[in-house]
Ligand binder design. Sequence first.
Ligand SMILES: Nc1ncnc2c1ncn2[C@@H]1O[C@H](COP(=O)(O)OP(=O)(O)OP(=O)(O)O)[C@@H](O)[C@H]1O
Ligand SMILES: [Mg+2]
Length: 253
Amino acid sequence: MLELKEIYFTVPDKEAENGPAEKTILNNISFTFEKGKFYGITGPNGCGKTSLAKTIMGINKATHGKIIYNGKEITEMSITDRAREGIAYGFQHSARFKGVTFRDLLAIAAGTDDEGKLMDILARVGFCSLDFLDKPVDSTLSGGEIKKIELATTIARHPGLAIYDEPDTGIDLWTIEPMVKLIKRQITDYETTTIVVSHNKAFLEAADCLVLIKEGQIAYTGDLEGAKPLLSDLSVCRYTDLCEGEIDAQCYR
Ligand SMILES: Nc1ncnc2c1ncn2[C@@H]1O[C@H](COP(=O)(O)OP(=O)(O)OP(=O)(O)O)[C@@H](O)[C@H]1O
Ligand SMILES: [Mg+2]
């Protein structure tokens, strides 16, 4: 179980005209993620989803508030210690590693170099091991391939808490459903508490609970049906009262 208590994340506001000011990116987030459940975090671009995911992983340090994982306070813990506690994270923009192969990455994640096991993990994310096992995880990989290997390494670790930030970016239509199934199987087999940040309906429908973020705050928690009226509301620009619906030079501020 993961508890977020009054989490704030603020950064210096570089655009402030008169001296130092702060920009509040996460604004008083309190929520409990139950063990073995599937959560979908969604909301408009720039609302704070990645910031929240990074704050849970310790990549961002919460400016205020407490994070408690399995009864232990982890607010001040380093990323590595959180990983040791069983928290895994898949980046929105995945890293590439020159000179490291799929075999190396998977062996580190799974803690074994048993070729059969590594091939099985690759097969689960739709990779042919003959083609991929000794391929480098470098800049020659496509966007979808890099997301798949990241999913494979997370799955291989059987984490207690898995956070995936937009795992479907660049993934072809035929792989999304198997990806959802794979994540769900991980939940059934290992009771992995799963948080998927996504705009994709397939993930949002599969989730036990949706967390809708708006301007750094939780705007809704519950099922997808209940979120629908709010989702359409969020796509309306908050400046329409200024321009009265006319597109002008200010539209993309
Ligand atoms: N370290 C930082 N310093 C300054 N601003 C930041 C920092 N991290 C995030 N932001 C800003 O906070 C806001 C939320 O960013 P975040 O990446 O969390 O959005 P998001 O909801 O994940 O968006 P998207 O759907 O586009 O991925 C953005 O305006 C971003 O520019
Ligand atoms: Mg993001």
